[in-house]
Design a protein. Structure first.
Length: 419
RNA sequence: GACCCAACGAUGAUU
């Protein structure tokens, strides 16, 4: 039985779920009762392999025969939260408590994470107090998740309070926590503060990693403080931390957005000279840079290069290109790209349609624009304020006041506030 | 005894 357990686990780790499942059935055939451990590792294996159906089937079986434990439930709750199905995660949670399985700190952490990603911070604080009331002690992961959640929601003070609370209650922050706090400060435009804090953290024994510097570099980039960003980049290299593709992407993006395409390209070369290859995001930054400069020829070259190196552009890359052609009023090229997206099976998103509709309306091609709007709605894509603004503006400019009125009414029905 | 959780980069309108 031990042998089977070890083998099943090993197969799951090696992403060989098929083999693991084979062993599992073989074991059952030999009359050996599978343990929770076996089932748990199998479920996890299925989840990692994206075999959602098989995972839930096994999970339901485990629940039915009553061998499911906290770990079993946590596993599923985690994956549901990760893919944004927080409501389903909640029903698994209910099932768990109904079966008399007591949630652990990890259970709470998983659910809190799910709600943080959705931005439901009020639910999060409810769960947090519930957890404490039940006599569970929040751990460093709980705090880190919540700190990150508050920062991402823009509730900086709350985030910093959580950090103080954690320290005050005697939970030592981990390197993970430090990175979360630093990144959070950078994201809300307090990068210099983060840089100073980094020094203090280092004194407390924190070892910065590439990601730490990346957060600070990107923060300065977003504040348009390119020189500070470069200073941190040098500091990073000097302290022996190797920059990665994310570091360079931030810097390249900074140069592009401050209209310094030459320096951006220089950075790309520096990156390559260190043996790093561009990924899709890195390409997208450069492509967008050229598109914004209305240099569609260079953008196109990079777009082609992307294919040549064996990558395939995602919707973001296409959207940049489409937006670039739209700016040049070349809707023919823009629409050709839209067609290519569909041919290649790249899902168009709200941005794709908004840009296309914007361009078409500006050209006076109202029919084509409305076709695309219909196509978008047909795919279940819901318009947002920006889309509505595009429609109202475009229609008004073409004297279609009636239709613009209709759009405003539609907004009203959907409770979207005009800006 | 072994299984579960957290952190970094890119795209759309108006101004």
């Amino acid at each position: 039985k031990v042998t089977y357990a070890v083998m099943i686990e090993g197969c799951c780790r090696n992403r060989n779920v098929e083999k693991a499942y084979e062993l599992y059935t073989q074991m059952k055939l030999q009359g050996i009762r599978p343990t929770v451990y076996n089932v748990n590792s199998l479920i996890q294996g299925f989840l990692k392999a994206g075999l959602w159906e098989k995972a839930t089937k096994l999970f339901d079986e485990a629940v039915e025969c009553g061998i499911a434990n906290v770990f079993t439930y946590n596993n599923l709750i985690y994956w549901l939260c990760k893919v944004g199905k927080v409501n389903e995660a909640c029903s698994v949670w209910e099932k768990m408590t109904n079966k008399g399985v007591t949630p652990s700190v990890v259970s709470y952490n998983n659910l809190i994470l799910g709600h943080c990603r959705k931005g439901n911070m009020d639910v999060v604080s409810g769960l947090f107090s519930e957890m404490l009331e039940r006599g569970l002690k929040a751990n460093v992961v709980t705090y880190s998740i919540m700190i990150d959640g508050y920062f991402k929601k823009g509730e900086t003070e709350r985030a910093l309070n959580m950090f103080d609370q954690m320290v005050g209650l005697g939970t030592s922050p981990s390197d993970f926590t430090f990175n979360t706090v630093l990144n959070g400060l950078c994201k809300v435009g307090r990068t210099s503060e983060a840089r100073d804090m980094l020094k203090k953290f280092i004194e407390k024994g924190f070892t910065p990693i590439c990601m730490t510097y990346n957060s600070i570099i990107d923060g300065f980039i977003k504040e348009n403080a390119i020189d500070s960003a470069l200073a941190v980049y040098r500091e990073m290299c000097e302290s022996g931390v190797s920059p990665n593709v994310v570091t360079y992407t931030s810097l390249i993006d900074g140069f592009c957005k401050s209209d310094n395409i030459d320096l951006a390209l220089k950075m790309r070369n520096e990156m390559r000279s260190k043996g790093l290859e561009l990924d899709v995001t890195a390409y997208s930054v450069l492509i967008d840079g050229f598109c914004k400069r209305r240099d569609m020829e260079s953008a196109r070259e990079l777009f082609d290069e992307l294919f040549e190196v064996g990558l395939s552009p995602n919707a973001i890359v296409y959207n940049s290109m489409i937006s670039g052609f739209r700016n040049l009023s070349n809707m023919e090229a823009a629409l050709a790209l839209h067609k290519k997206m569909i041919d290649e099976g790249i899902p168009c998103d709200l941005g794709t349609y908004t840009t296309l509709i914007d361009g078409l309306l500006k050209e006076g091609k109202l029919l084509k624009a409305s076709d695309l709007y219909g196509e978008m709605l047909g795919k279940g894509i819901v318009p947002d304020v920006i889309t509505y603004t595009v429609l109202v503006h475009g229609l008004c400019n073409k004297g279609q006041l009636e239709n613009a009125r209709k759009v405003l009414d539609e907004m009203d029905k959907k409770d979207t506030a005009p800006n």
